[in-house]
Design a protein around this ligand. Structure first.
Ligand SMILES: *Cc1c(COP(=O)(O)O)cnc(C)c1O
Length: 595
């Protein structure tokens, strides 16, 4: 049987505003896109009949420049779409305001370990038939204002469903919205049901039918992080809305009420707009999904507190093992753990690997990273020195500079317990002034610490560099402010490469942490997430970090290397075997898709 993309019946459509597939394809900004890419890779490995939809960004998510003092400036990445993607002949139009925007799409086939392919379609509005403003809607990721963003979401949701129809996918029965950006696909599905029944307005039956097909994964642990648009935008984008939403129908009125997050009954959306109501994409997705999940057990708890009206499950994120395992560990696993690519669970036997082989694979990965540091910065870091890694989006709650809060203390620890160095990377979102400040503070600390504790900051964090840093350091540091790290995935990449984590007990680490076995915690586990308990004491957490580094981790690394290697093997066996997208997609299949 041919497994070519178009010749297989597809049941699951996966929608994501960003998908990271290749290093040179700047189609993502960070964790959400990396997760989407890893999800699709695992789906291909598992021969899951899925298709995926995203938007094309001709001005790719940016190239980062850092000045002497760590000030970041950005430039869009120009890339040749044709070099990576194949244009499809299909065209669809999407109604927008009083116009019709024409869309085409470009295909990328993700090939799994057994040769099965999952096609990914990138929608593109840059066609001569469209007005200049419309052509630019697939120009940049998270660029522009809130209205521009809503129009992008219309293209993704409405345009995406129409494109799948035009491409001939007639067997789709599951629509998976990866975060609220994709929620408008549900309106298109509702419209289809109404048309099928010969109506222009939707009703309760349509809502039930659509709800049975939709799944929603939320990634955002704070109310402010959820996409919201003034209703006035919606009525502007979608002038036919009054024919579509008949608020005299009780089920439709209830849907609108929930999506607007209000107790009020509006006679129509015009009135809601006049009263300043907002459409909350998360509430829309929650209202129209039969299955909803958070991305780690802790995040499930947080999400249920935020949205008590609906049942919310949890499926903990993962990473794609074949992608994030460094070449030396791939070779070691290929030799010693048969079938680990097809069966990630078999990584549990990493506990029985010869420790010296684990160590030599690690040293090769570390050497590769330090070579990359030299190429990028001209600095030669010492390969014998304990190396801490921290790479992720530079933004306030991730607190990249927590370890730098007391520089004297760091100098003291290096003197007492052994030398160490820190490798940083990460981009701040162009509009995130706080994130940019953090990068400058790291540069400042780097100058102050000089040789006492060498610090480097690598620019241009991307998939390749992410792979090198997560595998090449001796310890992965994660210091988010609880409970704001929904999951986090970079520590999972490290675990696959035998790199233990030292982390706040938030996101996936609540599940992955076994003290002194898979790594170490910063601070104590929280017994509840009541508001009183949420208050974070930065200096107390920094103290916990310093204490473990000085009294446990550095002494073990330098004086008891055998014990340290044992922890590395536990990281692979206990966490690498579990926190991967193969296990995660299997859970989506049983809990969501086959529901
Ligand atoms: C893995 C990865 C992320 C996500 O890391 P988190 O730990 O979830 O913050 C972001 N960007 C890149 C380039 C990555 O490789």
């Amino acid at each position: 049987m041919s497994t070519h993309a178009n010749s297989v019946k597809r049941f699951v459509a996966y929608f994501s505003m960003e998908i990271a597939l290749e290093n040179a394809m700047p189609s993502y900004s960070g964790g959400l896109g990396v997760l989407a890419g890893d999800t699709i890779r695992a789906a291909a490995d598992l021969r899951l009949p899925m298709v995926a939809v995203s938007l094309l960004y001709r001005r790719g998510y940016f190239s980062q420049h850092l000045s002497e003092d760590g000030s970041q400036t950005e430039e869009p990445v120009v890339w040749k779409v044709e070099d990576f993607l194949k244009e499809e002949a299909a065209r669809v139009t999407v109604p927008l305001e009083n116009r019709r925007v024409e869309l085409r799409c470009w295909r990328f086939d993700v090939k799994g370990v057994r040769g099965f392919e999952v096609p990914v379609y990138f929608l593109d509005a840059d066609l001569p038939s469209n007005a200049e403003w419309d052509r630019n809607l697939t120009g940049g990721l998270y660029g522009g204002d809130s209205y521009y963003r809503l129009c992008q979401e219309v293209l993704l949701g409405v345009g995406g469903v129409r494109m799948l129809r035009a491409l001939g996918y007639e067997d789709l029965t599951r629509y998976h919205m990866n975060e609220g950006h994709a929620a408008l696909l549900s309106l298109e599905l509702l419209g289809e049901e109404a048309v099928k029944a010969g109506r222009t307005a939707i009703n309760g039956e349509d809502i039930e039918k659509v709800r049975a097909k939709c799944m929603f994964t939320t990634h955002t642990p704070v109310p402010a992080g959820h996409d919201r648009f003034p209703i006035e935008y919606l009525t502007r984008v979608f002038p036919q809305q009054s024919k579509f939403f008949d608020l005299k129908d009780a089920a439709v009125a209830e849907l609108v009420k929930r999506s607007l997050q209000t107790e009020q009954n509006y006679p129509d959306l015009q009135e809601a707009a006049a009263k300043g109501a907002h459409l909350n994409m998360t509430y829309l997705a929650l209202s129209l999904s039969t299955y909803v999940n958070g991305v780690a057990k802790q995040h499930g708890v947080t999400s249920r507190q935020m949205f008590p009206e609906v049942p919310i499950e949890a499926i903990t994120n993962g990473v794609h093992a074949g992608t994030w395992t460094s070449p030396p560990f791939q070779q070691l696993f290929d030799r010693q753990i048969a079938q680990w690519r097809e069966d990630n669970y078999s990584l549990r036997s990493a506990l029985g690997l010869p420790p010296e082989e684990v160590w030599s694979a690690h040293l090769i990965a570390k050497h590769e990273l330090l070579e990359a540091v030299r190429e990028k910065t001209g600095l030669s870091l010492d390969e014998e020195v304990f190396t801490i890694g921290f790479a992720r989006r530079a933004t306030g709650y991730k607190r990249a500079d927590l370890i730098l809060s007391d520089l004297d203390r760091l100098r003291q620890i290096a003197k007492n317990a052994g030398h160490f160095q820190i490798i940083y990377a990460g981009k701040a979102h162009p509009n995130d002034g706080g994130g940019k400040d953090i990068i400058r503070r790291i540069f400042h600390a780097k100058k102050a610490l000089r040789k006492a504790v060498p610090v480097v900051f690598l620019d241009e964090y991307n998939l390749d560099l992410g792979g090198k840093i997560t595998s090449g350091v001796d310890l992965w540091l994660n210091t988010p402010q609880f409970p704001l790290e929904a999951s986090g995935t970079s520590g999972m990449k490290s675990a696959l490469n035998g790199v233990p984590s030292l982390s706040i007990l938030d996101g996936w680490w609540v599940e992955g942490h076994i003290e002194g076995v898979t790594g170490w915690s910063i601070g104590e586990p929280r017994r509840s997430i009541d508001t009183a308990d949420i208050a974070t004491d930065n200096s107390k957490e920094a103290e916990s970090l310093y204490w473990k580094l000085e009294n446990i981790i550095l002494p073990m690394f330098y004086k008891e290397p055998r014990l340290y290697i044992q922890i590395m093997q536990h990281a692979i066996a206990i966490n690498g075997s579990f926190f991967n997208t193969q296990r995660m997609v299997q859970q989506y299949i049983t809990d969501a898709y086959l529901r």
